[in-house]
Ligand binder design. Structure first.
Ligand code: FES
Length: 496
């Protein structure tokens, strides 16, 4: 019998099923629950059809109508897969971090909108520029997720099919979110700032992504890009100015530039560090005289990719593990059964297993077995541990090189800011224990959504000189630094 492929987002799992198989038969394996037992009355098993189509008979349509669900929603309990599908499962919640941090600013007139355009999530906030008050917030998932949850898959798709579609859907989504925030407002938005990583910048601005995909990974399009809302095809009146802020280097985007502004590290005499533990593991170290930044190619291990049971931080992910002499206890997002492990859980798992003597100093599983069961459903393999070691060594070696290049000792760093949604959920004690960050816990601060905080601050700045940061920052290519390989290898081992 013919097989069809089904992909579930934001989980990122893809599997084959026999054509015509009821979705209820396969989705429960992936942690989807069917509270009304598949009667089609609770609506909790709803899925959004992102690609392909699912036939709905009259009964199904009636149920959808009663639940006020629009055209591309289906109830999984009443659906069958008859062709290749990409489905967004509503039960897999992704935590989207908005922000309410206050900051100093010089009041201006009018309205401004700041957007954090993330690989996974999108957050926009509308501000009254005279008071700094947040008037509206919009959050959503990045619609490009249908082409893969990580940057690499999206770059691959864009390389083979062209990036026009990536550009079209992200512009359309940001335009739609902006429209919602501006609904029923009498005055137009005066300024709009968008920040994001370099790949997102290239997709949004419609730049050629080939320079980001091949050696020497140098794009000529890193500067500030300004559009009118008309040019973007948005239906907001009239021609508001939309600025995508500049990237600092090929893999250090304006989300990091915004993060620097949010920390104020570019204005301090004392040395600070800013660390974003996403795919590229961006690092900035320095003070008001000089800032050095780099991306570390930490790889997508912390985002679940390359880890055998890795997944994003959604329902069913082991997100933290507490250990003691007796063993350990896993906490699962949503408190249901575990389906995999996300970045923060991975750090905890390795730390607890190293501490418990189950993993050796060089990452070897002491028992000689090929994996360690974390609970009855999720295990960590020898290869997963190696992937973790590569990611954590990339971060710690990157920090070491930037500190050396500044000619200072690590003790000189008085504040370390951990950026990004993932950074907010990590256990700092465990991060130190596995040797990923070698700073004392008391100097480390979790920043929350620093990209959005900085994006809002940019609304009050001259876009051509974002608070003088670009004048003092230098992008360092870690791989070309003398001694990089040796430092990287030294950092593979566990321990402080
Ligand atoms: S399980 Fe209740 S509507 Fe599908």
């Amino acid at each position: 019998m013919k097989k069809v492929s089904v992909k579930l987002v934001p989980l990122g799992k893809k599997f084959q099923a026999r054509e015509g198989t009821p979705l209820i038969d396969i989705l429960h394996e992936y942690g989807v629950e069917f509270p009304c037992g598949g009667k089609g009355t609770c609506g909790k098993c709803r899925v959004k059809v992102l690609k392909g189509s699912i036939e709905a008979d009259e009964n199904h349509r009636e149920k959808l109508h009663k639940l006020d669900l629009s055209d591309n929603w289906r109830l999984a309990c009443l659906s069958r897969c008859t062709e290749d599908l990409v489905l967004e499962v509503e039960q897999y919640e992704v935590i989207i971090q908005a922000d309410e941090t206050t900051f100093d600013f010089t009041p201006q007139t009018g309205l401004g909108i700041a957007f954090d355009l993330g690989t996974t999530t999108l957050v926009g906030q509308l501000l009254d520029l005279s008071s700094g008050k947040i008037l509206a917030v919009e959050t959503d998932m990045n619609p490009q997720k249908v082409y893969g949850s990580d940057l690499i898959s999206r770059l691959e798709t864009a390389l083979s099919n062209g990036s026009e579609e990536m550009t079209r859907i992200i512009r359309e989504k940001i335009g739609e979110m902006t429209g919602k925030m501006m609904q029923d407002r009498k005055v137009p938005v005066d300024r709009m700032v968008i920040v994001g990583n370099t790949v997102m910048q290239h997709f949004f601005c419609g730049y050629d992504i080939k320079p980001l995909s091949f050696y020497p990974f140098k794009s000529p399009n890193l500067n500030l890009a300004t559009f009118t809302s008309d040019e973007l095809g948005w239906k907001i009146p009239p021609s508001s100015q939309v600025s995508f802020y500049p990237s600092i280097g090929s893999f250090v985007g304006s989300d990091i530039l915004a993060g620097i502004l949010a920390t104020g590290m570019h204005r301090k005499g004392a040395y600070s560090a800013l660390i974003d533990l996403g795919t590229n593991g961006e690092i900035v170290v320095g003070n008001k005289e000089r800032l050095l930044c780099a991306s570390t190619a930490a790889g997508p291990a912390f985002e679940g990719a390359k880890i055998s049971q890795g997944m994003q931080a959604t329902t069913g992910a082991i997100s933290s593990i507490d250990g003691n002499e007796q063993g350990w206890r896993c906490s699962v997002i949503g408190n249901g059964v575990s389906r995999g492990i996300c970045g923060s859980g991975l750090i905890d798992a390795v730390s607890v297993l190293v501490e418990g003597g189950l993993i050796g100093e060089f990452g070897e599983i002491i028992s000689g077995e090929s994996e360690i069961a974390l609970d009855s459903r999720v295990s960590l393999s020898q290869k997963d541990i190696q992937e973790f070691q590569l990611a954590k060594a990339a971060i710690s070696a990157g920090i070491e090189i930037l500190i050396r290049k500044l000619g200072i000792q690590i003790e000189k760093i008085s504040d370390v800011y951990i950026a990004g949604g993932f950074g907010n959920y990590i256990n700092l004690e465990n991060v130190i224990r596995v040797g990923m960050l070698k700073f004392p816990e008391e100097v480390m601060h979790k920043l929350g959504n620093s990209a959005l905080i900085g994006g809002k601050m940019f609304l009050f700045e001259d876009p051509d000189h974002p608070d003088g940061i670009l004048e003092i920052i230098e992008h360092v290519s870690l791989e070309s630094e003398p001694g990089f390989q040796d430092i990287f290898i030294e950092n593979l081992a566990f321990g402080g």
